[in-house]
Design a protein around this ligand. Structure first.
Ligand SMILES: [Fe+2]
Ligand SMILES: [Fe+2]
Length: 470
């Protein structure tokens, strides 16, 4: 086992020479595999799937593509190459000091919490998506689902490696607990609420990869600036894989939007649903739901924790290395808040608003994607505009949770919210309709009616490629 383990885990952390780490991972691996068998994709464990596997950190050649059975996937451990040999802490009170290659004692609790929270989302999303293979709209999409799933599995490995290598017995216990919690379970739920939401239809899957995985991108980006060098380099490499997950989501939504607009253009007075496709108002409600759920993941608008993380140099801003002022002690940030019964704003020290700064980058990115969906709609000659709702809409955490807001961000009464709820958020009936469309389409080159085929296949392979073998 020990020999095959170091061989079977592609890595650039010199695993074979670290016997203690190897032994810890050897004990964890069978538990991971049994978690994968019981909580990973439902079915398809024996099918050969055309997947990419990370085999190095070389920019042009890090991925290898081949058919593989998922339980035999080689979940590897990679750290991105160091940005420089004498990398310095990039922000906070200790900006300019050498980065940490071991965990500083006083930051142990903080770093452990950050790593465990990130790690927990990885298996959670696999659990949320486990039934989707049964209703994939095509082999192309089925393969993309499994690609995302195995890579979330690898992200779990990446974080478990850090826990095992740097956090001793505590780390080993946390690594076990990551395989014990279950998405949506009332006794042992996953840590963050978005990762307990059911993702049991493909519209939700594309919304999840668009909005929740995109939160992941910004969290990973902030962690990739960390003064704890192994965390910075692990998350930096995870971002390489994450880009594909985001593209699956953004393009998936685009293909559904296009099908809907196509039907509207052909039959302006008809009902899109009668044509077995998803109407744009329903898509808008799913956007409202998944955006508002995902945006919670950034944490409180005004946050002492976030300020502590920043001051300590463990979690920075998106593209911190491109910022000018890495101490962020002088500037302030205007956070809209409710006082009495009016929306006003409060000026807070920038460090206390770094969650909000990260959220700004995320919202901009979502709006960019939404503008592209709208281009698709107007290119088909249809007059309809999708919108990313206000970040205040439908919140359960943070500064806006105690108040009601419209999707435009206006403060409204609870009665007004209740009256418009079915217009703004998916109803049971919407969900039942979307579910009714979910029938598997497993003939190579064929696609379910409610989604347009993509423009091209994967890595030059044709659309009718046998992405999953029976
Ligand atoms: Fe991930
Ligand atoms: Fe992801």
């Amino acid at each position: 086992m020990s020999v095959s383990l170091s061989d079977s885990i592609p890595n650039n952390v010199d695993l074979s020479s670290d016997r203690k780490l190897l032994r810890a991972l050897e004990r964890w691996q069978p538990n991971f595999l049994s978690w994968w068998q019981t909580m990973g994709p439902d079915g398809f464990q024996e099918n050969e799937i055309w997947l990419r596997t990370a085999i190095s950190v070389e920019p042009g050649g890090w991925a290898h593509y081949d058919y593989v059975r998922m339980p035999e996937y080689r979940w590897g451990i990679f750290l991105a190459p160091p940005r420089s040999d004498d990398r310095k802490i990039g922000f906070g009170d200790r900006a300019g000091d050498p980065v940490w290659r071991e965990v500083p004692g006083e930051l142990r609790g903080m770093l452990r919490r950050l790593i465990v929270t990130q790690a927990d989302t990885e298996p959670a999303s696999v659990e949320q998506q486990r039934a989707l293979g049964q209703t994939a709209p095509s082999l192309y999409d089925l393969r993309n689902l499994f690609q995302v799933n195995v890579e979330e599995g690898r992200h779990l490995w990446a974080m478990v490696h850090l826990l095992h290598q740097y956090f001793g017995r505590d780390g080993r216990e946390e690594a076990e607990a990551l395989l014990m919690r279950r998405s949506g379970d009332s006794d042992r739920p996953r840590i963050l609420s978005t990762f307990n939401e059911p993702t049991d239809d493909w519209l939700s899957f594309f919304m999840f990869t668009m909005f929740a995985d995109r939160d992941g991108k910004y969290q990973l980006s902030a962690l990739s600036e960390s003064g704890f060098d192994p965390l910075a380099r692990a998350t930096q490499f995870m971002l390489t894989e994450e880009a594909f997950h985001l593209a699956v989501g953004e393009q998936g939504v685009d293909r559904i939007v296009q099908r809907s607009a196509e039907i509207m253009a052909r039959d302006p007075n008809g009902e899109v649903r009668k044509h077995q496709a998803i109407d744009l108002p329903t898509i808008q409600r799913y956007i409202n739901f998944w955006f508002s759920s995902s945006i919670e993941l950034f944490g409180n608008e005004i946050s002492a924790n976030a300020a502590d993380y920043f001051a300590a140099g463990v979690k920075g801003r998106h593209h911190e290395h491109k910022q000018d002022d890495h101490r962020a002690l002088g500037p302030t940030y205007e956070v809209p808040i409710v006082e009495g019964d009016a929306l006003t704003s409060r000026s807070v020290p920038l460090r206390n608003a770094v969650n909000e700064v990260l959220r700004d980058d995320y919202v901009k990115d979502c709006e960019r994607a939404c503008a592209r969906w709208n281009e698709s709609i107007s290119a088909l000659g249809v007059d309809y505009t999708l919108r990313i709702p206000s970040r205040r809409f439908n919140r359960t955490l943070g500064a806006y949770a105690e108040h009601c807001f419209s999707p435009e961000g206006a403060l409204i009464s609870a009665a007004e919210l209740a009256a418009s709820r079915a217009k703004w958020l998916p109803s049971e009936e919407d969900r039942a309709f979307v579910r009714s469309l979910m029938v598997p389409c497993y003939e190579p080159g064929t696609f379910a009616n409610w989604i347009r085929p993509p423009k091209k296949g994967i890595r030059g392979a044709p659309l009718d490629y046998q992405y999953v073998k029976w």
